[in-house]
Design a protein around this ligand. Structure first.
Ligand code: CUA
Length: 322
C-alpha cells in the first residue's frame, strides 16, 4: 500500500514497477521494514530530545529521581524486540524460499552471458535470441552460465538479481505478472562495456509468444545473408562492431569485407571468409591494429553454417549501399 502512495505503477524514486510474483512477496516485507524503522527512529530520537529537555539538570545539586531496577521494563525491552525480530526473520525466510524454489511446470530458458551481451536459448522450442521473450503468467526457469568473466542477471521490475559465473551454472526464476517491456541489466562490473550490457525482456500473451517462436524458428530457410544478419543480431555482435562505420570496442562491420587490414604485428591481412571464420573462433590470433582483443571466442556457440552466413552478410555491408 505504501508503494501506491509513493509511486505510480511506472515506478519512481521509491521502487521500480512491480511486475513479477517475486515482487509481490518482497515488496510488502521491504515496506514493513521501512515503516518499522521509521517508527523506531522517530520514537527514539523524539524521546531522546524530550528527555534531554524535560530532565535536564536545573541546579548544580539537582540529581533527580534514581531508578535502581525495573523488572517490567527489562522484560518488555527484551521480549518485544525478540518477538519482532523472529517475526521479521520468519517473513523474510518465507519470501526467500519463494524466490529460491521454482514452482513445478516451468518454462526452461538457458542464458549465456559474455562480454558484453546476453543470449537466450529455448531448448524445448528450439530457438535462440538476443532478447528474452516470455509469456505472461508463466513461471520461467533460467539456467545461466558465462563464457568469460562474472556477470549478474538483474531485472529491477522482477526483483531478481543473480550472479552468472564462468564454468558453472546458476539458477533463478520469475513469473511475470504484466505484459510489457522490461530492462535486463548486468549488475557485476565486467569490463569496458559493462554499462552497455543490457537486453530487453518482453512479456507477451500466450498467442504472441507462440507467434514469436514460430517466426524465430524459420532461420534455416532464410537466404544466407539474411540468416547472417539474424545470427549477428541474435548474438549481440553489434554491441562491439558497429554497422555505421563508427569505431566501437571492435572494428566496424561496414565496408570491412574484402578490405586489407593492418594487424598488431604490422602484417597485412585481407578480410576474406577464412579470416572472418578465424576471427570468430580464435579472436586473439590476428588482431587488427588499434584494438585490444577483448572479444571472447564463439567456438561452441556458432556453427560453421552460422559463420558462413555471417561472412555472406558482411560482404553485403558495402559503404555506398547505406
Ligand atoms: Cu556483464 Cu557487467
Amino acid at each position: 500500500m505504501l508503494t501506491m502512495v509513493l509511486a505510480s505503477s511506472e515506478g519512481s524514486f521509491w521502487l521500480p514497477r512491480a511486475a513479477s510474483t517475486g515482487a509481490q512477496s518482497v515488496d510488502p516485507l521491504f515496506e514493513a521494514l521501512v515503516v518499522i524503522s521509521w517508527f523506531f527512529l522517530i520514537l527514539i530520537v523524539g524521546l531522546t530530545v524530550l528527555f534531554a529537555l524535560r530532565y535536564r539538570r536545573r541546579h548544580a545539586d539537582d540529581v533527580g529521581a534514581q531508578v535502581a531496577e525495573s523488572k517490567t521494563l527489562e522484560v518488555v525491552w527484551t521480549v518485544v524486540p525478540t518477538i519482532m525480530l523472529l517475526g521479521i526473520f520468519y517473513w523474510g525466510f518465507v519470501a526467500y524460499v519463494e524466490l529460491s524454489v521454482p514452482p513445478r511446470n516451468v518454462m526452461d530458458v538457458r542464458v549465456t552471458a559474455r562480454q558484453w551481451g546476453w543470449q537466450f536459448e529455448y531448448p524445448a522450442e528450439g530457438t535462440k535470441s538476443d532478447q528474452l521473450v516470455v509469456p505472461v503468467g508463466k513461471a520461467v526457469l533460467l539456467t545461466m552460465s558465462s563464457v568469460d568473466v562474472i556477470h549478474s542477471f538483474y531485472v529491477p521490475e522482477f526483483r531478481i538479481k543473480r550472479d552468472v559465473l564462468p564454468e558453472r551454472f546458476s539458477v533463478t526464476w520469475f513469473e511475470a505478472t504484466e505484459i510489457g517491456e522490461y530492462d535486463l541489466l548486468c549488475a557485476e562490473y565486467c569490463g569496458t562495456s559493462h554499462s552497455a550490457m543490457s537486453a530487453k525482456i518482453r512479456v507477451v500473451s500466450d498467442a504472441d509468444f507462440a507467434a514469436w517462436i514460430e517466426a524465430e524458428s524459420g532461420i534455416d530457410d532464410l537466404p544466407l545473408a539474411d540468416r547472417g544478419a539474424l545470427v549477428v543480431q541474435k548474438n549481440g555482435c553489434t554491441q562491439c562492431h558497429s554497422l555505421d562505420g563508427s569505431k566501437g570496442v571492435g572494428p566496424t562491420f561496414l565496408g570491412s569485407f574484402g578490405t586489407n587490414r593492418e594487424l598488431v604485428d604490422g602484417t597485412q591481412q585481407v578480410m576474406d571468409r577464412d579470416y572472418v571464420r578465424e576471427s570468430i573462433f580464435y579472436p586473439a590470433r590476428k588482431l587488427v591494429k588499434g584494438y585490444l582483443g577483448q572479444m571472447p571466442t564463439y567456438k561452441g556457440t556458432l556453427t560453421d553454417d552460422d559463420v558462413a552466413a555471417i561472412a555472406e552478410y558482411l560482404s553485403t555491408l558495402v559503404e555506398n549501399d547505406l
